[in-house]
Design a protein around this ligand. Structure first.
Ligand code: PMP
Length: 405
């Protein structure tokens, strides 16, 4: 199978007029995912985990099969460690509200990197505000590197929690999770990993990485919107208080109180997005079928071609590493004298979809002295022709804005 064979699986990509390279924002869905959602609603739809009639049992089974698929995909030890959420943001907030507020106190420190998405920063700002703990930043080099010295000094005896993205949504760099985890565990801190940009592009093994929590979104790995996953180490989840309370997450309720359900249901208040879970499982099956070796090879070739092309365009600056292998298919760039909103509008007029702005990572852009940027992000189903059209369009921008070169 080639990339163009796989491309046929994506209904939206059959529109020849659109070059979709905003995959870090959300990916496109293959037919298998659309079918899985449809099959759920057409043949399995009932409230899962509630009824004892066959249809509800079918819905429950579909949901639990999806949970097992996720467990195997990220190599968790048990289904109890897989909590269905709406998205990465909700998973990270769950950890902040449930673990953060109950475990941190004044005098403690929370370590984050300067490149965190706001979803993995604002929850920790909230925890710091409410508990009196202090937020500390691991600052990176301009290519995104976090040095050993930074890791060793920012994570110290006071650190109780470290929040870090495996892959930056702006620079695309892969952070040294193993080193961060080793240091965090050495000082007795837990590690919360944001897997939003890594899980769709590389094999992620939570046991090998030894992270304590990891959140990701279904929609970035070709699954439906509105379904996400929080992985948590069982011993930690077991002693954490619930995040949201209500139906579905209890064993018994009296007028005064409640006994909460066992894992993972304690953290799944209300009706779970079972159709979304079925779609997510189909997306994972599809990813596994394509396989990460092929995905990585393809995405590297696309990134390499784009970086080589952009390097030849005067006044264009690519942010982050010079090595395409350290971009995970993400290229953020600036065009001198042209606002990224104009860059993206010109690209859009050529049928090219990219993201422009601060990418929900304002502290990183401020730190790097860049107000905003344009971001192209590739998925294995993009083609070299699309990359060439993108580079050609970028090369025309300054002229189209009235510059002489
Ligand atoms: N973290 C990172 C690194 C991201 O790129 C994103 C999505 N842009 C998020 C978190 C938030 O994902 P979601 O909006 O699906 O919650």
């Amino acid at each position: 199978m080639t990339a163009s064979d796989y491309r046929k699986d994506f209904p939206l990509l059959q529109n020849e007029d659109t070059i979709y390279i905003d995959n870090a924002a959300t990916a496109q869905r293959p037919q298998a995912v659309l079918d899985a959602v449809k099959v759920f609603y057409e043949t399995e739809n009932a409230n899962p985990l509630r009824g004892f009639y066959p249809l509800s049992l079918k819905a429950t089974e579909s949901c639990e099969n999806a949970r097992a698929t996720v467990r195997d995909f990220i190599h968790a030890t048990s289904k109890k460690e897989i909590i269905f959420t709406r998205n990465t943001t909700e998973g990270l907030n769950l950890v902040a509200y449930s673990y953060g507020l109950s475990h941190l106190k004044a005098g403690d420190e929370i370590a984050v990197t300067i490149m965190e998405h706001h979803s993995n920063l604002l929850p920790w700002q909230m925890v710091a505000r409410q508990t009196g703990a202090e937020l500390k930043f691991m600052e990176c080099e301009t290519d995104g590197t976090l040095t050993d010295e930074t890791i060793q000094t920012v994570i110290n005896e006071k650190t109780k929690l470290v929040a870090v993205a495996q892959v930056s949504n702006v620079l695309g760099c892969v952070n040294p999770i193993e080193k961060i985890v080793a240091r965090a565990h050495e000082v007795g801190a837990v590690v919360v990993m944001d897997g939003a940009q890594s899980v769709p592009h590389m094999p992620v093994d939570v046991q090998k990485l030894d992270v304590d929590f990891m959140a990701f979104s279904g929609h970035k790995l070709m699954g439906p919107m509105g379904i996400g996953v929080l992985y948590g180490r069982k011993v930690l989840l077991e002693e954490m208080p619930p995040f949201l309370t209500g139906g579905e997450m209890i064993d018994s309720v009296t007028r005064e109180g409640a006994v909460f359900a066992e894992l993972p249901y304690k953290f799944e208040a209300g009706t779970v997005n079972a159709a979304g879970a079925a779609g997510l499982a189909a997306a994972i099956d599809y990813l596994n079928q394509v396989n990460f070796d092929f995905i990585q090879e393809q995405e590297l070739a696309l990134t390499q071609r784009a970086m080589e092309g952009l390097a030849k365009v005067p006044h264009v600056h690519v942010m982050g590493s010079e090595d395409p292998a350290n971009h995970t298919g993400i290229i953020s760039f600036t065009v001198e004298g042209v606002h990224p909103h104009d860059v993206s509008e010109i690209l859009a007029s050529d049928g090219i979809d990219v993201r422009a702005g601060h990418h929900c990572a304002q502290p990183l852009l401020t730190y790097l002295g860049v107000h905003s940027s344009t971001r192209a992000s590739f998925m294995f189903y993009n083609t070299l022709d699309e990359v060439d059209a993108f580079v050609k369009s970028v090369a025309s921008i300054r002229r189209r804005m009235g510059y002489e070169e």
